[in-house]
Design a protein around this ligand. Structure first.
Ligand code: NAD
Length: 295
């Protein structure tokens, strides 16, 4: 359920899996299910309850807490006992625990299982899954997740998957902004940016972002991937959790503000590496220290 940028490909890998049968898909956007079935087979349901009526496994990839709540309200009363719901959405740890408790109350299981690897990883079936929840349910779900994931890891009890994903986002946001600054600097210094990237890929500043996003950033091509809106949502989740723990995350917070600028520039649906576009537009306006105050 949730045949979006990620879910579309995740479901496609399930359709191609020999041991999995009777695939049922559902998306709240009416034509998504029928379009997916026309391409991959299976059956499209017309409601959450109809989709899960006989389910052994339920896989969701939804935007945020709000949609997870909506789906849970319809799913929990309809799901058969013993079924396992694997949620690949990135959400708060709090809602993951709440949904986990509601599933336990009807003798079913919930795994919060956010992913890393992006749309490319979903398309290639090489996602990384960070899961939280019951050990036995996790073991039973591993062969299903292996249809579209290269690495599947249980991080602890319910909520631990989301906390791990938050850690991942904290570690990556500053990297992408740094890459935007570096590429902009190299370009304004008159260097051949592609050559610079090739040199750096062998050195200490190399990263997944550099390998997979530098060319798109240089070309100003942002019409793909993980949207600014979704990254802003993730940063919000991180900052809420950090605030509850009384931890300050200055770089994460700053990049969150930069992404608000990207949104205001019309980039809500662009991949969030469009931090590059903000740097291009606003970079030249940043006065060096001393110049701004006339020293
Ligand atoms: P998306 O917006 O493209 O897809 C979400 C899908 O859920 C849409 O098709 C939407 O119609 C559907 N949906 C919304 N409400 C629904 C409901 N009540 N019932 C059924 N379907 C419903 O988002 P996405 O980029 O595929 O991301 C999905 C999740 O994966 C998000 O939580 C995101 O943070 C996470 N994620 C995305 C990426 C990425 O690169 N896109 C990478 C890692 C994690």
């Amino acid at each position: 359920m949730g045949l979006g940028r990620m879910g579309w490909h995740i479901a496609a890998h399930l359709a191609g899996h020999d041991d999995l049968h009777d695939l049922v898909v559902f998306d709240v956007v009416e034509d998504h299910g029928p379009r997916w079935v026309a391409e991959h087979g299976g059956r499209a349901a017309d409601s959450v309850a109809a989709a899960v009526a006989d389910a052994e496994f339920v896989i969701t990839s939804l935007p945020s807490d709000r949609e997870l709540q909506v789906v849970a309200d319809e799913l929990v009363p309809a799901i058969p006992g013993g079924a396992i719901w694997v949620d690949h959405s990135t959400t708060s740890a709090r809602i993951a625990r709440e949904v986990g408790d509601r599933m336990s109350a009807v003798d079913a299981h919930f795994l919060d299982a956010p992913v890393s690897g992006g749309v490319d990883g979903a398309r290639k079936g090489s996602l990384t899954v960070m899961a939280g929840g019951d050990e036995d349910a996790f073991s039973r779900a591993v062969p299903v997740m292996e249809a579209y994931a290269a690495r599947v890891r249980r991080m602890g009890d319910t909520g631990a998957g989301q906390l791990t994903k938050m850690t991942n986002q904290i570690c990556v946001v500053g990297l992408c902004q740094a890459l935007a600054e570096g590429l902009d600097f190299a370009s304004r210094a008159g260097l051949d940016v592609e050559d610079v990237v090739q040199a750096m890929l062998q050195g200490s500043s190399t990263s997944w972002q550099m390998e997979n996003r530098a060319d798109k950033m240089s070309a100003g091509d942002y019409d793909f991937g993980f949207s600014t809106t979704l990254m802003r949502k993730d940063i919000g989740l991180v900052l809420d959790e950090a605030s509850a723990m009384s931890i300050s995350l200055p770089v994460t917070a700053l990049v969150g503000q930069f992404l608000a600028d990207v949104d205001a520039m019309g980039g809500a649906d662009w991949d969030w590496c469009s931090l590059m576009e903000r740097q291009r537009r606003f970079g030249p306006g940043i006065a060096p220290p001393g110049e701004a105050d006339g020293r």
